[in-house]
Ligand binder design. Structure first.
Ligand code: APR
Length: 243
């Protein structure tokens, strides 16, 4: 593949409406663990115990501890060039980018992205199970924390767990059916509905590009697979779109 992605025929057009879907791989070079790589989060924890409503109901303190550790780590990591390139693209091309992330970290926002659709929720937010209000929460969460809206001790991590409906699906669907370019970065394409976004975009006639260290289960759906680290390949790709 030529170093200059601009030379690739599939990128030889102007794209007006770009959708970028990010997964854990975009934050890996910042030091945030992915889920399914070796040493990933799902090696050391059982999904059923820490990423399902049933797991939370069975042992809420254990689940709080899992997310408290990940929330605490946010202060130890920084955005990498991939996050920064997306923020610069948004600033230089206002209203041309829809950024969807499966990630619950705040690295896109800290890189300068202003409009981030966190379809799986956010570590910096708590959800009240009584009044369903979302509350910004940066410290540890415990079973005794009181909701500032309804005063009940019913706060949970504002994370979309397996079996729950992801956030922003209406906005995401609208973006996918109207985009002319979809870029999926650092996702293993193992979890739906995100893993199916490439097919929705293709059906709408969009060009589809995947950026990953290796081929994924969805690679055959993409017009172009760019193999390499997101911190190098995504800035290259986005700068080729800015030409
Ligand atoms: N650059 C690009 N891609 C990378 C990098 C990197 N530096 N490091 C890892 N990757 C890729 C891996 O090859 C893998 O394909 O990132 C992907 C990470 O895959 P997962 O760990 O499965 O993460 P993700 O796809 O975001 O998981 C989706 O699953 O468990 C749920 O809710 C959780 O949002 C998560 C969802």
């Amino acid at each position: 593949m030529p170093n200059d992605l601009r030379k690739l025929p599939v990128l030889q057009q102007h794209f007006d409406r770009v959708v970028v879907l990010t997964g854990a791989g975009i934050s890996a070079e910042s030091g945030v663990a992915t889920f399914r790589d070796s040493g990933g989060l799902w090696e050391g924890h059982r999904i059923e115990e820490v990423a399902t409503p049933e797991g939370f109901n069975a042992d809420p303190q254990k689940v709080h501890q899992f997310y408290n550790a990940r929330r605490r780590q946010l202060s130890e990591v920084e955005p990498n060039p991939a996050h920064l390139a997306l923020a610069h693209f948004e600033q230089n091309h206002p209203s041309r980018l829809t950024l969807i992330t499966q990630n619950v970290d705040d690295l896109h926002e800290r890189a300068g992205s202003n409009c981030v659709l966190h379809m799986h929720g956010e570590l910096r937010s708590a959800l009240c199970q009584s009044c369903e209000v979302k509350i910004r929460h940066l410290g540890d969460l415990t079973v005794t924390d009181i909701c500032s809206n309804c005063s009940n001790p019913t706060l949970r991590p504002d994370i979309v767990w397996f079996g729950e409906m992801p956030y922003f699906l209406d906005e995401i669907t609208e973006a996918l059916i109207t985009c002319d370019l979809l870029i999926a970065v650092g996702t293993s394409a193992q979890v739906y509905p995100a893993a199916g976004f490439v097919q929705t975009a293709r059906e709408s006639g969009a060009t589809t590009v995947e950026v990953n260290l290796e081929p994924t289960a969805a690679s055959h759906w993409f017009d172009l697979s760019v193999i390499g680290p997101a911190s190098i390949k995504l800035p290259e790709l986005l700068s080729s779109l800015s030409a």
